[in-house]
Design a protein around this ligand. Structure first.
Ligand code: NAD
Length: 259
């Protein structure tokens, strides 16, 4: 039932977003990739998705810290593919620091990308979804949309914010065939997690190996969540079986927030 739909997946040149884009493409969905990285590697991925799954895959380098580029990304996808039926707001960054040392520019960056970008993209995509009476909005939130951890003031604030945005837009669009949900992963081994290991070691005064053990201590399964598990949940939320799931925060965290 997803075959022929058109998706935008923000931050899909790496990690969770790339896995979601590939999993949607495997269902026959045309995908708009977005994010930063090596141009040749991105082009190889884009062309690879087209040939492997027989769908259209397009790419935009939009910098989603700028509201106008979020709207332009949605317009680019609508103009090129014909519509945006599935919007996955996934792009995100992290910075780890005690609040009194937290750099102002990192705060602004994280709020802009991890929260405001979703607002701008949703605002641009909802009119088309309402007109077609079908839409799926999936926000990659985090376990940090539900619980806090020290030294992540901006990230936790943005992720709690996206939980509120998810619920609000779900209520506004509920009678238009649109669902809006957030996925709340625990720790998933991606470049985003790998990059925070040194700063977390510094903030907590422990070794980098101890940080890995520390992260997994949060997760009762003692395993990192995989990008493919998160992608499978996104595909489920996009499908017909999830028609009545809206305004929800889906935990996929090895039991973290149950503790
Ligand atoms: P990642 O670093 O692998 O990917 C981040 C993506 O965002 C990349 O494609 C990057 O190019 C893109 N990006 C960065 N700045 C951008 C900008 N200004 N404009 C557009 N794109 C930009 O990270 P990931 O772990 O896959 O994270 C993806 C999402 O999952 C984030 O929202 C993150 O908060 C969330 N998340 C991750 C974990 C985890 O443990 N990895 C856990 C919970 C939630």
């Amino acid at each position: 039932m997803l075959k022929g739909k058109n998706a935008v997946v923000t931050g899909s040149t790496s990690g969770i977003g790339l896995a979601i884009a590939r999993a949607l493409a495997a269902e026959g969905v045309n995908v708009t990739l977005n994010g930063f990285g090596d141009a040749a590697a991105i082009e190889k991925e884009r062309a690879g998705i087209e040939s492997e799954f027989g769908v259209k895959a397009i790419y935009s380098a939009a910098d989603l810290t700028k509201g106008s580029e979020c709207a332009a990304l949605v317009k680019f996808a609508e103009d090129t593919l014909g519509s945006v039926d599935i919007l996955v707001n996934n792009a995100g960054v992290q910075h780890v620091s005690p609040v009194e040392d937290f750099p102002d520019d990192k705060w602004d960056l994280i709020i802009a990308l991890n929260l405001s970008a979703a607002f701008h993209a949703i605002k641009a995509a909802v009119p088309g979804m309402k007109a077609r009476k079908w839409g799926r909005i999936i926000n990659t939130a985090s376990a940090h949309a539900l619980v806090a951890s020290p030294f992540k003031s901006a990230y936790v604030s943005a992720k709690h914010g996206i939980a509120g945005l998810t619920k609000t837009v779900a209520l506004e669009t509920a009678t238009f065939g649109i669902t809006v949900n957030a996925i709340c992963p625990g720790y998933v081994w991606t470049p985003l997690v790998e990059k925070q290991i040194p700063d977390t070691a510094k903030a907590r005064g422990i070794s980098e190996q101890e940080v890995k053990e520390f992260l997994l201590a949060e997760q009762p399964t003692k395993e990192f969540v995989t990008v493919d598990q998160v992608a499978a949940l996104a595909v489920f939320l996009a499908g017909d079986a999830a028609r009545s799931i809206t305004g929800s925060l889906q935990q996929i965290d090895g039991g973290w927030v149950a503790e």
